[in-house]
Write a protein that binds this ligand. Sequence first.
Ligand code: SPV
Ligand code: MN
Length: 658
Amino acid sequence: MLELRKGVNILQEVSGIRTAEQAEKLFAERLDEANRAKLDRIRNEEARIAIAGAIALVDPESVFVHDGSPEARAHVRRVALERKEEEQLKMPDHTIHFDLPEEQARIVDRTFYIVNPDEKVSVLAKKILRDDALAYVRDYMKGIGKGMPLFVGFYSRGPIGAKAAIPALEITTSAYVTHSADILYRNVYARFDEEVERAGLFFTNVHSQGPNRPEDLPNARVFMDRSWLTTFSTYCTYAGNTLLLKKGNHRFAVDLATYLKVEEELSEHMFITGMTGPGGRKTFFAGAAPSGCGKTTTAMVGTDFIGDDLAQLWIAEDGTLRAINPEQGIFGIIKDVNRESDPYLMKAIREPGSEVIWSNVLVADGVPYWEGSGEELPERGINFQGEWWKGKTDENGKPIPPSHPNARVTVPCTSIGNYNEQLAEDPAGVPVKVITYSGRDADTMPPIVVARSPEEGVVIGASIVSQATATEVGVTGVRRQPWANAPFIPGPLGDYMNAQFKFFGSKKFSNEGRPILAGLNYFLTHEARGGSGKGLLGEKRDVRVWLSWLERFAHGEVKAIETPIGFLPLYEDLRSLFAELIDKDYPRELYDMQFSLYIDNLVARIDLQTEAFRKDENIPELLFEIYDRQKKELLALREKHGAVVPPATLLEEAGGAR
Ligand code: SPV
Ligand code: MN
């Protein structure tokens, strides 16, 4: 369960600011006239108390109220440079920010949900009792911003007025964090009160990097107070840990969807993109993928890019599925980004005209470089660990890469050539027809499989796996990645799963409005499919074909082969799409390697998932029923046709395409 406003409000308790009068008194003492006047436009009492509380807690030297004006934005950028949080690069409006070498990703080991006694959280998450969190905030956060400026920003997570958009405060001593927020989120200063009224709530985020020294990092914390929708972040700078408008507030949005908006809304770790199909029709996709598994690339393959990381989904009155991007910029991984795989992103970051914050790449002569760019890298430069030269090793003798594998670029979506700004800003959202789930799976799932029912689709999402990626500190090995959203699910997974079944199985969807749900996998290797070598069977450009086939299938224009794990495409349809869309030969042998069912792998995967979910409490029985049914059907196939069943046999077995 989730109970809002339960337990002590830590910000109020530690700051001592609990009433409007106390807040006014503090503003009179601490804000200069100009900033007081700006703050006076915000009348929401709760917000004013929270802002005053943050000021009293952090105890900064000055307070800057961000009104979203061009002057205010310029001020933030200037302070980021003055305070050396960022440095100017050669290209106009490009800057570089470095996070400490030990903080190059989300600090999962120091990230906690604040809970009341007896509250359960996901088995994949860490929790801290309210009293202990309060003690930490009191001991480490009081006065953490001494001598520093404090920025107070007002943002919306979504187009203003959209059903699933929620306003939020970002209060931080970091100009870099505020600068990032300005690129990634819509400033809603002028309409904050109205938006709080409409949404019925707002999120509060309080951050300070403190002195930003490596020795403080053990004390760094990321706290999310589920009951008070407030985050606290300390002694860190990496945006995934500090700009909690992003993943901190995403976690709250997941909570709200799971407990308070069942069968109404979902909050997902998904890109949103449109594909133009025959006759110019536009079909929208929302797709989940774990961090570092090609989500941004997939999003930009579409003809109408909307978002690359997060999606707020709801069922509209007319029975369609709608999606908005809570963000308006990308904080994208910059590894293996090159002209071939990511042309739009490359244009935005390599040609003048866009504002870009680079982080943790290699810089030489004011130019940023990264691995997998297809460009020649300099022999020396400055990177996330200081001076770097080719061949430099760390204290264990391991080579130090030129740019960190989780290096990032922060770019406004409007700089991306295929961004459909008009639709992305539409409070009605885009109508989503296709949901995809992908991971990083070397040997088991075919490139595309479409669920036979919404419930089986939910199970595809529950079964995502990935190899560990560079986006989290201290995590290695192959991992289960339910819905690619597990790092951001606060409550028990069973509760979230229940909400997924209810949402996608909802009778509120019209026949046309109900989306299809599909699995995508780009990571099958030759050796896993009867070939040799660890090379991938596919290429990044194939993604266009997979998405286009799904586009056609969603409109009933291509048939498919029904199998125990879902529908598979027919060879002829793929071959013609490969030829038409990317001018690529698609041999039958490749199709067979990609789309044969490798029964032993599939069954092993089902066993692994079943065993893992059985250890969790309150997982809906429906999940196990689906796994059991699929396993039985797979074993029956194996009995008849052996361990590897090619698509031609599956087609025969199904009695033809449908
Ligand atoms: C991810 O890791 O999924 C990201 C970046 O999108 S972070 O902000 O670190 O979450
Ligand atoms: Mn993400």
